[in-house]
Design a binder for this molecule. Structure first.
Ligand code: NAP
Length: 540
């Protein structure tokens, strides 16, 4: 048998992941700072989340003109989106376009998963080992692994014996899955499930959806972009960039500056109706206090629940779908194409697994606690991810004195700004836990982090600084800031959300993303740079 080729190479910087963040980070380090840099990517191509999530209906919830890089006008001008929300294949084409235009692929090692990374204090190098035995040393280690890239597959007994096919949406087979004529069981009604269910229902013989937590959703109203809108986008790069950098959520639209109670109830309903008809995440922007005031939130929640009851014809099914236990948008709010309408199809049924949880996967299907058995040919797990910390922890990172990231984060992901952790010098996390990341439009958060890290490394090299590392007391302050920002919102009221790590058994329950908004976060990051990298220890 051929042994894998063992490489041993030294770089200024090693970047892990070739999605939105890794591609831009490579460009900045190599082409702007002139460093030697390598990207390790577990997939066979670029794209990150858009490489792996190929499930039917996979589409971005941010609108296409805001869901792209804005750092280069040439790149922006050289690409034209076709739909209001870009589908997975189009985003993957876009990221390949970027990688090719910037000639990035020559510095990406594909099919390479990090097996371990260890900080060698004497040499001040990170030593990284891949699954196929390559050894790489780098001064800076930058994780660009995404927030939602480690699949969460519940540990149901019996899965190994299932004689049908099973798939997780985040590890979708490249050749696709043929649902035609099949009895399909579908577990999960988060953003992914809500996108995939209507599409799979079109070809499956029967689709049984196993719902644990009922979820809100607002119609996306996806459509091809009109020539007028394409023209607007092509003429307005600077304005779109300014807009995405001036809103708290990094979206090209702002949140209305009015309370739900500034208007009389009839007017409020009209505004919700208009937002429902317009579609998309902008529904959340109808009033400024929807995520801050429970009574305000109730008005939006009641509106959506009444829509569910209007759309879904079978009252018992409508009851299950509208029995939602958390405030609107306290979990990531999905948007959809015909999600609730799908339950009017004769070949779709809904099972409430909060009442009777899934007990086991059997050889021929699935069994719930009430003793019912469902015969299935295919089971789809749309059961989400070990979010934010999962992809970082599985790299087996060890810092000074062998301290592992898993040990440092036993009680939750303590860090400074979602960028650095004490004891792990020169390790930078792009959109790590503690940063706004998943609460914003990701490319905007990514550009900000990549540019901050690039500026930091440039600063170090200009001044002969060998190491940068978060101070422990800065982490304590930042953890407090992250908690306070979350507590000022209704987000912690969704007790089962992945924002809190509650979807993975045994994971510490800590609110992970920074909820104070992108504008405030950017100004905090810029400010501490002006103060000489306040809160970090820099050494020669
Ligand atoms: P998710 O939001 O974590 O949803 C997972 C679903 O699986 C939930 O309904 C969950 O129920 C259910 N589930 C998990 N374990 C279960 C079990 N043991 N038994 C029964 N049900 C179980 O995951 P996701 O839908 O993949 O979305 C994750 C995130 O990815 C989104 O929030 C979003 O940020 C991102 N995303 C974005 C897009 C987009 O932009 N278009 C699309 C898809 C995903 P519980 O709620 O009860 O835990």
């Amino acid at each position: 048998m051929d042994m894998p080729k063992i490489e041993s190479r030294v770089f200024d910087a090693l970047v892990v992941g070739a999605g939105f963040s890794g591609l831009y980070q490579l460009h900045c380090l190599r082409d702007k700072l002139g460093l030697s840099a390598l990207v390790l990517e577990a997939g066979a191509g670029v794209g990150g989340t858009w490489y792996w999530n190929r499930y039917p209906g996979a589409r971005c919830d941010s609108e296409s003109h805001g869901y792209c890089y804005t750092f280069s006008k040439e790149l922006f001008d050289g690409w034209e989106w076709s739909e209001r929300y870009p589908g997975q294949p189009e985003i993957l084409r876009y990221l390949n376009y970027v990688a090719d235009r910037l000639d990035l692929k020559r510095d990406i090692r594909f099919d390479s998963r990090v097996k371990g990374a260890r900080y060698d204090e004497g040499a001040n190098f990170w030593r990284i080992v891949t699954n196929d035995g390559a050894e790489i040393s780098a001064r800076y280690l930058i994780t660009a692994v995404g927030c939602l890239s480690t699949a969460n597959i519940p540990d149901f007994p019996g899965l190994a014996d299932f004689k049908g096919q099973w798939v997780h949406t985040g590890q979708w087979p490249h050749k696709g899955v043929d649902f035609s004529g099949k009895r399909v069981g579908f577990i999960g009604t988060g953003s992914t499930g809500i996108q995939a269910i209507p599409v799979i229902a079109e070809t499956a013989a029967h689709l049984t959806v196993f719902q644990r937590t009922a979820n809100y959703s607002v119609p996306a109203r996806n459509a091809p972009l009109t020539p007028e809108f394409r023209h607007y986008v092509s003429e307005n790069h600077a304005a779109i960039r300014r807009a995405t950098r001036s809103t708290q959520n990094g979206q090209p639209f702002g949140i209305e500056d009015r309370s739900a109670f500034d208007v009389p109830p009839e007017r409020r309903l009209e505004l919700y109706e208009a937002a429902w008809n317009k579609g998309g995440l902008q529904f959340r922007a109808t009033f400024r206090d929807l995520l801050a005031n429970k009574a305000a939130n109730d008005t939006a929640a009641d509106f959506i629940k009444s829509k569910i009851r209007q759309i879904v014809k079978d009252p018992a099914t409508a009851d299950k779908l509208a029995d939602i236990d958390h405030p609107y948008a306290a979990k990531r709010p999905p948007i959809d194409t015909d999600y609730f309408e799908t339950y009017n199809r004769a070949n779709v049924s809904l099972v409430d697994v909060r009442v009777a949880p899934i007990e086991a996967i059997t050889r021929s299907g699935l069994q719930t606690r009430d003793g019912r058995e469902y015969a299935l040919d295919i089971i789809v797990f749309a059961t989400g991810f070990d979010a934010m910390t999962g992809p970082l922890l599985r790299m087996n990172i060890a810092g000074r004195d062998g301290l592992t990231l898993a040990e440092a984060w036993r009680a939750g992901p303590r860090n400074y700004l979602g960028l650095q952790v004490a004891g792990f010098p020169n390790l930078f996390m792009i959109t790590g836990p503690g940063s706004p990341s998943v609460l914003t439009n990701m490319p905007v958060a990514i550009e900000q982090h990549v540019e901050w890290i690039t500026g930091c490394i440039a600063h170090m090299r200009e001044r002969g600084i060998a190491r940068i590392e978060a101070r422990p007391e800065s982490m304590d302050r930042w953890v407090k800031t992250v908690n306070e920002a979350a507590d000022a919102t209704l987000l912690p009221m969704a007790r089962h959300s992945w924002y809190l790590g509650a979807n993975v058994p045994g994971k510490p329950r800590v609110f992970m993303p920074y909820a104070g908004g992108m504008v405030r976060y950017r100004s905090i990051c810029d400010d501490l740079v002006r103060k000489g990298y306040e809160g970090f220890a820099l050494s020669r």
